[in-house]
Ligand binder design. Structure first.
Ligand SMILES: [Zn+2]
Length: 331
């Protein structure tokens, strides 16, 4: 009784050619991502590599050429390889199986039995160039069901349904190991201070990021530079941006109050879009800029207002400025 209830998780060979078989929208790419990126050969990606457009159907023949070359070279090196393409026709599968046999590697068919309605529904949110027409999805679905009986005859050593594979554990294990490495829990250096940089600005920024340990430009706060060639941005790490100890970054911009100003003008940078705007001058007059000499826009307004108040007592105008200052503080 209990053995009947125990789910069957077939153990895949450690090194094989794994051919995913399923209609567009069946979930092949989601499943494929549970393997390390280099092991996955995705026809969509290969279309993108030959044509700049993953959905370019004209590029399919070229992409398949590249796929066959990569499969052959990986099989020759006995590397575990996952082919993420519909593979619903035996014509598409034959060269893949042949490459595995040529190099003495097992060929494993993994069939995605996702219902047709689900595959069709998943086309809707896709970008226009990635949507597969309903008729095509239906035909792929039929071909997939039809092919199931013939897979062993085609030379596959094993045939499995995707839903029986035990892929969640290796997927989470890999993510967990990557996180441990980031934190230095694996005995390595980890990302350290760069963890915050990555969280705020994204992983692509890390290679350009350099802490400037001797810089005093931020009044004692840590200073960093994002530099590529001659272009660069200067940033400061602020340790108490909200009065509650939260961390944040400021980026250095020109002083908006005086082009000859000897101070440093800083404006908060919340995302990589702020960095782009700072580099292209779009933050140059931002209302949140604070200059070490002039202060912020509220201070400058306040000064002008003080002059005005001395001339003609204007309590209403004053109250208005105070309200603006409060909004700026809390908003
Ligand atoms: Zn200034």
């Amino acid at each position: 009784m209990t053995t009947e209830l125990t789910p069957l998780y077939p153990q895949l060979p450690e090194k094989a050619l794994i051919v995913l078989i399923g209609a567009s929208g069946a979930g092949k790419t989601t499943l494929a991502r549970t393997w390390p990126a280099f092991q996955v050969l995705s026809l969509d990606s290969l279309r993108g590599w030959v044509s700049d457009d993953e959905g370019c159907q004209d590029a399919t023949a070229d992409a398949v050429d590249v796929l066959h070359l990569l499969v052959d070279r990986r099989m020759a090196r006995r590397r575990n390889t996952v082919v993420d393409a519909t593979n619903v026709s035996s014509d598409a599968r034959a060269p893949l199986v042949a490459a595995a046999k040529r190099h003495g590697m097992p060929a494993i068919a993994v069939v995605l039995g996702t219902p047709e309605v689900v595959c069709l529904a998943r086309q809707v949110p896709r970008p226009a160039n990635r949507t597969v027409p309903d008729d095509t999805v239906r035909a792929q679905h039929k071909a997939r069901i039809h092919s199931h009986q013939s897979l062993h005859g085609e030379g596959f050593n094993e045939v499995h349904f995707a839903e029986n594979l035990y892929r969640l554990e290796p997927f989470l294990r890999r993510l967990s190991e990557a996180r441990d490495a980031d934190l230095g829990l694996d005995g390595g250096d980890g990302l350290g201070d760069l963890l915050l940089v990555r969280r705020v600005f994204g992983p692509e920024i890390l290679p350009l990021w350099q802490w400037k340990h001797r810089s005093a430009v931020a009044g004692g706060d840590r200073v960093a530079e994002i530099r590529l060639g001659q272009l660069y941005l200067t940033l400061a790490l602020r340790r108490n941006v909200d009065g509650e100890g939260d961390y944040g970054f400021d980026v250095l911009v020109p002083c908006p109050f005086d082009p000859e100003c000897s101070g440093d003008a800083w404006v908060p940078a919340y995302t990589v879009s702020c960095l782009h705007r700072a580099l292209t001058g779009q933050l140059d007059n931002h209302e949140d800029i604070v200059c070490t000499v002039h202060g912020g826009f509220d201070d400058v307004d306040q000064e002008a207002d003080d002059h005005a108040s001395n001339l003609d007592d204007d309590p209403e105008g004053r109250a208005d400025i105070d309200a603006q200052a409060m909004t700026a503080l809390h908003g």
